[in-house]
Design a protein around this ligand. Structure first.
Ligand SMILES: *Cc1c(COP(=O)(O)O)cnc(C)c1O
Length: 467
């Protein structure tokens, strides 16, 4: 969030902590640095108390991001807080662990034996997307320059359903985004729509494994085949980058035969969020290229001021190393068996919830809800009800549940949905409790006399799903 200068009312200028004079007897300024020190317990208590007003992360069904890790993982993370990921010379073993993670992922994504995959950790999928996107742009420009052709009008093909990081990528790096609209009943891109928009200035195509809006996998294999046909006909070399932010840790375990990764020729790079279904607390993502040749040398900087001569490709410099340590912990602690078991369990909870939601009579699940364990559901078109999904979202908050309501993108913006992301720490028991609350809310609306059947989206269509 971009924060502005605060303009406090007189009564807002100071913090008045609780506990009277037990800890502190003076006021402290809210928006400027206090002149004097305070004891550590006091500072901790003040902040601790304020944060009570945040939502309870375990009831946050809006987020894709991990809200629970094992105590052993927490301890390990605490032990490694001071490690800076960039200091590869000072913390060579952390660097080694990052390297192992890259290897584990490139094998999980079936990088061909004869190629040399490479990659790195990032702060999340957004940074990974910027790096992947830049490699696409630089590679395209090289091909154009080699052919003696202009390289000043790059474009990228992507669905209107992309996560905001891709809109950022296009704007920050001055690339024309060619958005594929969605339609009612089709909430993702398809090969025909992709091919129609490609030309010699196309730097690449983005396919999403698990869209933010409905959790569905875009048809990556079909798009790969269509690109193969187009590229062999035209001599272009339009690659595919897969945004597997959430699906990258789900598909390999639940649908190992689904071809979406480096088994497909034109998939050159993949990003994934370690802090989503990779099951690590927020702060880690990954980008993997199928071969070193896909990563232009000019993008990699060599720095020697930390000792050694370390190649780095990143937007950030200093960054916590403990997230990467925690990722490695999960890899060896869970193995393929553990990840499979946890993903199956989340999928089963999602299926159970989907069935029960439909039994409530007024909801309809969008998409099959079978890819990542995410359910997007709407109020049935013909349901005669006096509430909207926005009312439901507000009502469940009274019990602490965070379930976002939002409208779908252009062309389907009159469809408003609720979305639940099922994660490992959302148990079947919690699902039952949520269903009871939903039933209570439906009963409550039933008893209301006023029929506000059509209520406008209070946010004027400006909703975006959070993740
Ligand atoms: C979450 C998400 C992102 C952004 O990932 P961060 O790790 O939060 O930066 C990008 N794309 C998709 C499809 C996502 O779900």
């Amino acid at each position: 969030m971009l924060h502005k200068k605060a303009d406090p009312q007189p009564h807002e200028e100071n913090l008045n902590p609780t506990f009277g004079s037990r800890y502190i007897s003076t006021e402290i300024p809210r928006y400027s640095m206090p002149e004097s020190e305070m004891p550590p317990q006091t500072a901790k208590q003040i902040i601790h108390d304020e944060l009570m007003l945040d939502g309870n992360a375990r009831l946050n069904l809006a987020t894709f991001v991990t809200t629970w890790m094992e105590p052993e993982a927490r301890e390990l993370m605490q032990e490694t807080f001071e490690k800076n990921m960039i200091d590869k010379d000072e913390y060579p073993q952390t660097a080694e662990i990052e390297m192992r993670c890259v290897n584990i992922l490139s094998r999980l994504y079936n990088a061909p034996e004869k190629e040399s995959p490479c990659g790195c950790s990032t702060i999340g999928s957004s940074e990974a997307a910027m790096l992947g996107g830049m490699a696409l742009k630089w590679q395209w420009r090289k091909r154009r320059q080699a052919a003696g052709k202009p390289a000043d009008k790059p474009n990228l093909i992507l669905g209107i359903d992309v996560q905001v990081c891709w809109e950022k990528f296009c704007r920050y790096w001055e690339i024309e985004p060619r958005y594929i609209p969605i339609e009612k009943g089709r909430y993702m891109i398809n090969p025909e729509e992709v091919i129609e928009r490609c030309d010699e200035n196309t730097i690449g195509v983005i396919g999403i494994l698990g869209t933010t809006f409905t959790g569905q996998y875009e048809p990556i294999a079909e798009i790969n085949d269509a690109l193969e046909e187009l590229n062999s006909k035209t001599g272009w070399e339009i690659p595919l980058h897969v945004d597997a932010a959430s699906g990258g840790f789900v598909a390999p375990f639940l649908q190992p035969d689904l071809k979406w990764d480096f088994r497909l020729k034109w998939v050159k790079s993949i990003n994934v969020s370690g802090h989503k279904y990779g099951l690590v607390y927020p702060g880690v993502g990954w980008i993997i290229w199928r071969d070193e040749d896909e990563l232009p040398e000019e993008l990699v900087f060599k720095v020697n001021y930390l000792g050694g001569d370390m190649p780095t490709f990143a937007l950030n410099f200093s960054r916590p190393g403990n997230q990467v340590v925690a990722q490695y912990y999960n890899f060896i602690r869970l193995g393929k068996e553990g990840y499979t078991r946890l993903m199956e369990s989340s999928r089963d909870t999602a299926r159970f919830l989907a069935k029960k939601l439909e039994e409530l009579g007024v909801f309809e699940i969008l998409g099959p809800g079978e890819d990542i364990p995410v359910l997007a559901f709407r109020i049935k078109e013909d349901a005669d009800v006096n509430f909207t999904v926005f009312d439901i979202s507000e009502q469940v908050r009274h019990r602490g549940w965070l379930i976002p309501a939002y409208t779908l993108p252009e062309n389907a913006e009159d469809i408003a949905v609720l979305r639940i992301v099922v994660k490992e720490d959302f148990s079947r028991d919690m699902a039952m409790l949520l269903l009871e609350d939903l039933q209570r809310i439906l009963d409550h609306f039933d008893e209301l006399p006023d029929h506000r059947k059509v209520k406008d989206d209070p946010n004027d269509g400006k909703h975006r799903p959070k993740c």
